[in-house]
Write a protein that binds this ligand. Sequence first.
Ligand SMILES: O=C(O)CCC(=O)N[C@@H](CCC(=O)O)C(=O)O
Ligand SMILES: [Zn+2]
Length: 350
Amino acid sequence: MTANSEYLNELQQQGDFLTLSRNNEWHLAPSAFTLSNGTTVTIHDTGVIEFQPKCATTIDVVLSSAIHGNETAPIEICDELIKRIILGDLQLAQRVLFIFGNPQSINIDKRFVEENLNRLFNGHHTVEGVKMNNERTRAAKLEQYVSDFYQRGGQQRERCHYDLHTAIRGSKNDKFAVYPFLHGKPWKKSQLQFLLSCGVNTVLMMKSPATTFSYYSSFVHGADSFTVELGQVKPFGENDMSRFAKTKATLIALISQKEVIYKEFDASDFELFAVHRSINRTEHDFSFPFSDDAENFTGFSKGDLLATDGQTCYYADVEGEAIIFPNADVALGQRALLTVIPLQLTDNII
Ligand SMILES: O=C(O)CCC(=O)N[C@@H](CCC(=O)O)C(=O)O
Ligand SMILES: [Zn+2]
């Protein structure tokens, strides 16, 4: 018996692709099998598994988690969905690619091993003069798996990618999504309705390109793509999964139904924010004037100090300017803080 078929037997019986991925931190030989309901299961690599149902499909769905290894709630959700599909308890109506981004960082219970994976997409993994590492290689491979998945689906199909995370800090708005910069293309009400059904009524509209996974699939593949923040970072087993019941039910409907009808769009259901600015850490001496438990979406008065980067002080320049993802420990040159301001919907939405 080859090593491959050993792992396949166990995977077919237990559906535990998460443990298989964690036991093979950076590489797993590709393999495939078919479920009794006709769904083809293809393992592309560690953490990367594709399901192609036998029926005709219309949407190519990418669900990623563990791009940051210690963000466990989304990993638990995807783990459960994968198990249910492999064990034949959940019949798919759409093609789905699941990705556990960084299995080694799950094992060490850290955001990343050497380098933040979510700063390496859209080609930023390969930079002349910068030494490759496991995360850079992984980002390049993940781009390729997503690219192949969408290409095999074909052009005239719906493409979506939900990159599931949890925030380091608590948030006034517990669940929220980041809508990557669309370069002038309109935002989609249907996507906001999907998010609302997931229990996510707060969306930040980015205004510039990024190095994130969701920006990559949006920009390069035209996918409806979002970073979705589901509560706060907690160790495995400590997540109150009842808080994600709507998210899980909506993801299940998305992948197992031919069509999903969402609530009619009503702008008053949402809290939308425009990203006002991004503050990068450029000096070792970088700090925030607020405490570690200041929550995302905390608003500041015009003139309040927001951050100090060496000799440079950043002050709120708009009343109510609110903080998102403050992190003074990021690598030099990286984003240490986003600020947002409320957004009134314009007509750039379809
Ligand atoms: O809470 C935090 O500081 C970070 C949570 C997280 O990982 N967020 C993503 C957002 C990606 C995006 O801007 O679309 C990240 O920082 O990579
Ligand atoms: Zn994250």
